[in-house]
Design a protein around this ligand. Structure first.
Ligand SMILES: [Zn+2]
Length: 244
């Protein structure tokens, strides 16, 4: 990390009033979570459940093995009380100044809600938005956590659908359009805690021609050169340095 990059980045933030922020899995890790798709986690989960996390988080598995799906989902996804890292509160300061146009994420833990961030495109849903597919009644996370086995709607006894996108399901067209449009007209794009190889980043920024795409991430990657400016480090350490 060089001082020049930090100074340049601070100027970019200062000059921009239409900032789009993309939150990657690194921001979950900084909040105490795990990347379920890292090779270490995949290995651990396959040892425990004899299936890969991809298989267990698929719509096919949810339909065919609902009891096992919820076993995995409750133990590995919603059992932890993640606390939004300080980076989320730094973004809230930017939001309060009217600088953030849109936040885009595939993270489904709702950490942005903890910090009061609004205008978030949740491409993969949110673990807090659970709903009965039959009657539409909504259920909070505590209800899902407390249920024995498959959580059932207390009105119609239907299995409650968790609020996250499963493998094999498509991201809603409206959400994708919202994300792509926001990026296309952004003055500055902050990509936080992921890399340029991330499908979300590739797809959403494909039409961006602004020349102000800033990547802040812990690990370097061969695609870093597609960003206009890169700083390697913890997002929670860097953000306070570039926000006045
Ligand atoms: Zn119901």
């Amino acid at each position: 990390m060089t001082t020049v990059s930090i100074d340049r980045m601070r100027d970019m933030v200062r000059e921009s009033s239409r900032i789009v922020v993309m939150l990657g899995v690194g921001t979950v890790i900084e909040s105490g979570g795990e990347n379920l798709w890292s090779s270490r986690e995949c290995y651990r989960l396959e040892g425990l459940y004899h299936q890969s996390p991809d298989e267990m988080m698929s719509v096919g598995y949810y339909s065919a093995r609902r009891d096992k799906f919820f076993d995995f989902y409750k133990n590995e996804i919603i059992n932890k009380d993640l606390q939004a890292a300080s980076l989320y509160y730094d973004l809230k300061r930017l939001q309060d100044r009217g600088k953030i146009r849109k936040i885009i994420t595939q993270n489904f833990y709702g950490l942005h809600n903890q910090a009061g961030l609004t205008n978030v495109v949740e491409l993969h849903g949110n673990i807090h938005n659970n709903c009965c597919p039959h009657c539409g009644k909504k259920f909070d996370l505590d209800y899902i956590r407390a249920a024995k086995g498959v959580p059932l709607c207390d009105e119609c006894r239907c299995a409650i659908r968790p609020g996250v996108l499963l493998f094999g399901e498509k991201i809603g067209n409206n959400l994708m359009t919202e994300a792509v449009n926001a990026c296309e007209s952004a003055e500055l794009i902050l990509v936080l805690g992921t890399n340029m190889y991330d499908n979300m980043v590739k797809f959403c920024t494909g039409n961006y021609k602004g020349g102000r795409l800033v990547l802040i991430t812990k690990e370097d990657h061969y695609t870093d050169r597609y960003a206009d400016l890169v700083i390697h480090g913890k997002v929670s350490d860097i953000l306070p340095q570039i926000i006045d």
